[in-house]
Design a protein around this ligand. Structure first.
Ligand SMILES: [Fe+2]
Ligand SMILES: [Fe+2]
Length: 381
């Protein structure tokens, strides 16, 4: 086989692999370990001391650290928990075009759903999404505690310490919203998300924690929070999301600024490792949004639902595509899209998200997204 044939074979199998409903559903078994409260993961990384205490040696990280200290907020006093939430009335309705696609096609598993069942889908989707956000936030809490230990630069250790507090606050407010406004957490951590978090924590290379968490998981979260923030009219959730986004933008910027320095020193082979890790992470996160656990709860054939979701026409996939609107420009800024022979560019083209490559990257926009600082300034006059 020639090199070109090899390349085509690889390209074909990766695209087929990405969209194989069997692979997606096999991974996503319902978590039957619901009675267990503890999940332990081996952390294979070394904890690193540095004896170089020169604050500000990395000026961009120092600036981020100073900003983080003045943009702290308190989930108990900055949000109005007295707001009444009726999940059926105030949460984001399902996208009408998507509803039409699933309701009108006779082969769709939701073809015969009545109005009440559709309302139930809306409420369950919200509980499912916020539950997964909360589990992801705990992943971020553990990952940034790990970064405090493993990163060798003092400016990054200082900044990461502020992010640990941010992530604790995020877990806290999502848990409280689910508990007080949506009848509790109904969904365990999605298998795709959970395995990704385990891999990130397990990896011994400190830059992989950054790539997996700061760039991929948080980049996707920033986009997903933004989408929900735009579509919900519920005032408590809207402000909660906006405040969380203020922090997340800083977190993604932390990843971009740190990795930019590291990746300049890596070989093509080492970068290829990072490209493959990024693509696998992107797939797992796209797959987790197929809401398999939720369809199972509705008694719907999960594989059929995944197959039907994957077959959705491109113009209806606005949300699925927008999830990548932060990840792709940030990967480009890091040089990951085009390293080697552009392997990651080809993969992002395969899954239909390369269109975002020239959108603004988060290192350039985090200050604009800081709503907390704007509110503080308004109060100070
Ligand atoms: Fe967070
Ligand atoms: Fe974060």
């Amino acid at each position: 086989m020639t090199t070109t044939e090899n390349h085509i074979a690889e390209e074909y199998s990766l695209a087929a692999y990405a969209n194989d409903p069997d692979r997606i559903t096999d991974y996503s078994v319902w978590n039957d370990d619901v009675t267990s409260v503890i999940h332990a993961v081996e952390d294979s990384a070394e904890a690193i001391f540095t004896w170089n205490y020169d604050k500000g040696e990395r000026a961009q990280l120092d600036k981020l650290y100073e900003k983080a200290k003045t943009s702290q907020w308190n989930g108990q006093t900055d949000l109005d928990w007295s707001i009444d939430v009726d999940p059926y009335k105030t949460l984001a309705p399902a996208d009408p075009l998507e509803v039409q696609y699933f309701a009108e096609n006779p082969e769709s598993p939701m073809h015969k759903f009545n109005e009440e069942e559709w309302a139930e889908v809306g409420v369950e989707s919200m509980n499912w999404s916020l539950s997964q956000f909360m589990h992801g936030e705990q992943g971020a809490l553990l990952c940034t505690a790990k970064i405090v230990e493993t990163v060798p630069w003092i400016d990054a250790k200082y900044y990461a310490a502020t992010q640990v507090v941010d992530e604790a606050r995020h877990v806290e407010v999502f848990a409280q919203y689910l508990d007080q406004k949506l009848g509790g957490v109904k969904y365990p951590c999605n298998t795709h998300l959970g395995l990704l978090l385990d891999d990130i924590i397990n990896d011994s290379r400190w830059d992989m924690t950054y790539l997996g968490m700061q760039i991929m998981v948080e980049g996707l979260a920033l986009a997903a929070f933004g989408f929900m923030h735009q579509t919900t009219e519920e005032p408590l959730l809207k402000k909660l999301l906006r405040y969380v986004m203020s922090d997340e933008a800083r977190h993604v910027a932390f990843g971009v600024i740190s990795l930019k320095e590291v990746y300049q020193e890596l070989t093509v082979a080492e970068l290829r490792d990072r490209q493959e890790f990024a693509f696998e992470a992107a797939l797992r996160m796209r797959d987790r949004f197929m809401r398999q656990e939720m369809w199972e709860r509705f008694g719907i054939d999960v594989k059929e639902m995944v197959r039907f979701t994957l077959a959705m026409p491109d113009e209806l996939r606005v949300f699925q595509r927008l999830l990548f609107s932060k990840i792709v420009p940030n990967c480009k800024k890091l040089g990951l899209l085009d390293a080697g022979d552009g392997w990651l560019r080809d993969r992002f083209t395969d899954i239909g998200v390369i269109e975002f490559e020239n959108w603004v990257d988060t290192a350039d926009e985090y200050a604009d997204l800081d709503e907390v600082a704007k509110d503080r300034e308004a109060v100070a006059g």
